[in-house]
Design a protein around this ligand. Structure first.
Ligand code: NOJ
Length: 447
């Protein structure tokens, strides 16, 4: 059982579910452009229809209501809110106003992500996060959103998974916009991204009474494979160690230390001394304004042990180890114990798991239903660990990723994380077995 005020929810993101990419004067995003090159996406698909949520948002909310969630996390498409002249686009804004009203009428709290990777193409053409002006653009965008949703939304997440934006978008180049940065550019872009977070926090505080603000990185916690104090300490240290790879789901400290601790980690200044961006005291003050939660997306982890010289060694996953239908998703439930434990130890704020979920091989069975026992098993195992750590550190919520099967970035429509199956041939929505399991968990306020 979790606390009475614990938030159970589900999450999605604009480009991954909305479709209608040309509706109501929406401008082009980097994902609209990136998906035009069919070879960028495994199955050649794009976000033009997906779940059709732009038109079916009332159906979405009815599904959420049936699920019984306390909150729904969704993102706003920057490209619907402004036009190419950077002026507000009322048609696009109205979609989110209507969605929020519908949620509130159903007693569901909207948690809004401002940036879930779909930058307006014209801003990327101007340099994206490398352009110092991006901070002003993000400020104006946040101002328009918060004023338009005034009285409807009080919970904001500024930026989702900065590691993916930078590493996947600008190093591995498997995500939009797919332009390679060198180390110097990478650090400058990261710094500007953090300033965007800071300026958005300032605007939210100004415009939204009783707001809550957070930032949602991802991470892959190191799990000690046996109980040992030294091993756990070493796992903690490595979780926050900065390395030069900007690796996908590591780099916790480069993003979160400046926000929560007011500065980059010490070794940032030494290890990167040849490629440092300009960092002023004002920048660090802007970035480190107090926020309310540590949001964190956690799906998997890695097991570690100590060798005979007490060095940390990563344990391999053996063949046949439980894994989702996507290469990085090994089932490591204790990630939801150790991740929150380490994060709280360092940053000392209440924690909300902003994403956790399972990618499965889902299909419609002969009986017309979608049976997904592995997802049910995953959710139960992970929530058991979260319940355990909630006795030691303040855990305030859990948002399952995702409400629907959706557009899984460079994997297109080929990977399914939803509690609700989307039949892409006709748009039908089918509640999977895991939907009913999660509904039961929510009703019982825990396992
Ligand atoms: C992280 C991202 O925030 C989300 O967009 C993605 O679909 C899920 N994880 C699953 O990969």
């Amino acid at each position: 059982m979790f606390d009475k005020d614990f938030i159970f929810g589900a999450a999605t993101a604009a480009y991954q579910i909305e479709g209608s990419i040309d509706a109501d004067f929406k401008c082009e995003s980097i994902w609209d452009r990136f998906t035009k090159k069919k070879e960028n996406i495994i199955d050649g698909s794009d976000g033009s229809v997906v779940c059709d949520s732009y038109r079916k948002y009332k159906d979405d909310v009815a599904i959420l209501h049936d699920l019984g969630v306390d909150a729904y996390r969704f993102s706003i498409a920057w490209t619907r809110v402004i036009n190419e002249h950077n002026e507000p686009n009322l048609n696009g804004i109205n979609y989110y106003v209507n969605l929020c009203k519908e949620l509130i009428n159903n007693n569901i709290r909207p948690i809004v992500t401002l940036y879930h990777w779909d930058m307006p193409q014209f801003l990327d053409d101007l340099g994206g996060f490398l352009n110092d002006d991006i901070v002003n653009y993000f400020e104006k965008y946040t101002d328009i959103v918060t004023k338009s949703l005034n009285g409807l939304v009080k919970d904001y997440i500024t930026i989702n998974e900065p590691q993916c934006i930078m590493f996947m978008g600008h190093d591995a180049c498997m995500f939009a916009p797919g332009t390679k940065y060198n180390d110097k550019e990478m650090l400058k872009a990261i710094h500007n991204l953090l300033k965007c977070h800071g300026v958005a926090t300032k605007v939210i505080r100004k415009n939204v009474p009783n707001s809550t603000v957070g930032f949602a990185p991802c991470s892959r916690p190191l799990v000690p494979s046996y109980n040992d104090k030294l091993l756990e300490e070493k796992c903690y240290d490595k979780y926050f160690t900065l390395d030069r790879s900007f690796e996908y789901s590591n780099s916790v400290s480069i993003y979160s230390d400046p926000i929560f601790l007011g500065d980059y980690p010490k070794n940032y200044y030494t290890d990167f001394k040849d490629v440092l961006p300009e960092i002023t005291k004002e920048d660090l003050e802007l970035i480190s304004q107090p926020i309310d939660y540590i949001y964190q997306n956690i799906y998997s982890g890695n097991y570690y042990s100590l060798d005979k010289n007490s060095n940390l060694v990563k344990n391999d996953f053996y063949a046949g180890y439980p894994t989702g239908n996507i290469d990085w998703l090994q089932v490591v439930p204790q990630a939801l114990y150790y991740g929150p434990k380490y994060l709280y130890q360092r940053y000392k704020k209440p924690i909300i798991i902003s994403e956790n979920g399972f990618c499965n091989v889902d299909f419609i069975s002969l009986d017309g239903k979608v049976h997904d026992p592995q997802r049910i098993d995953y959710v139960n195992r992970y929530l058991a660990e979260l319940e355990k750590i909630s006795k030691e550190v303040p855990i305030k919520g859990y948002l399952y990723w995702s409400l629907f099967d959706n557009f899984e970035w460079n994997s297109g429509l080929s990977k399914r994380f939803g509690l609700v199956y989307i039949d892409y041939s006709n748009g039908n929505r089918i509640k999977k077995d895991s939907f009913y399991e999660y509904k039961k968990i929510i009703k019982n306020r825990g396992l």
